[in-house]
Design a protein around this ligand. Sequence first.
Ligand SMILES: N[C@@H](CCC(=O)N[C@@H](CS)C(=O)NCC(=O)O)C(=O)O
Length: 207
Amino acid sequence: MLTVYGRKSSANVQKVRWICSEGNLEFKTEIVGGKYGGLTSPEFIRLNPNSTIPVLKDGDFILYESNSIIKYISDKFDILRSDTQEKIALNNQWIDWSSSVFGLNCSHYTLHNILLPIDQRNTTLAIEAKKKIYSCFKLLNKQLEKTNYLLDNELSLADIPVGCWIHRCVVLGLEITEFKSLEKLYVNLKERSAFRTEVFDTPLPPE
Ligand SMILES: N[C@@H](CCC(=O)N[C@@H](CS)C(=O)NCC(=O)O)C(=O)O
């Protein structure tokens, strides 16, 4: 059976738990990270020398980096797999963007709003991250004008990381109501039980 290492409040962990649930895959959970610690233990460093979550264990096979993990699960268990090179490439494009642009700013916003001790939070950095997140909302809203999900009218792999970060923004109080197409995606995601269980109903970091 698969084991997913990481606290349920981590957006990167949520991506992995969501795709497993989307495909009705059973998995075990090892809660580490955040207030639970454990990322610098010798056992965990053997799994991931970066001391970050998530980590996936599939038998003797160990994998870290959330985006690599969701692609592995998608391919191996045939969950949300794309049938053309173009669709694979577009999914990869959005998955890369979700980490290097959108997720990066969501992480900064999280850090400087709730995660760091109050005396280490930097309001300027939080405002800067918020501005960049709103540019991402605008870009996503444009992309979503003609489709219910990012690539077409069905859920694709790329919706998973993007959906996790959208939810993080919403729970941190960032308003999406002026972005009607983006809001429609969020409504569609909330109708999926895998999203509700693994993303929507989870606590905020560092829980
Ligand atoms: N690029 C990595 C980033 C991993 C990462 O930064 N994970 C965060 C949680 S979202 C972490 O390990 N934080 C330390 C902690 O939870 O204690 C991935 O996508 O897996």
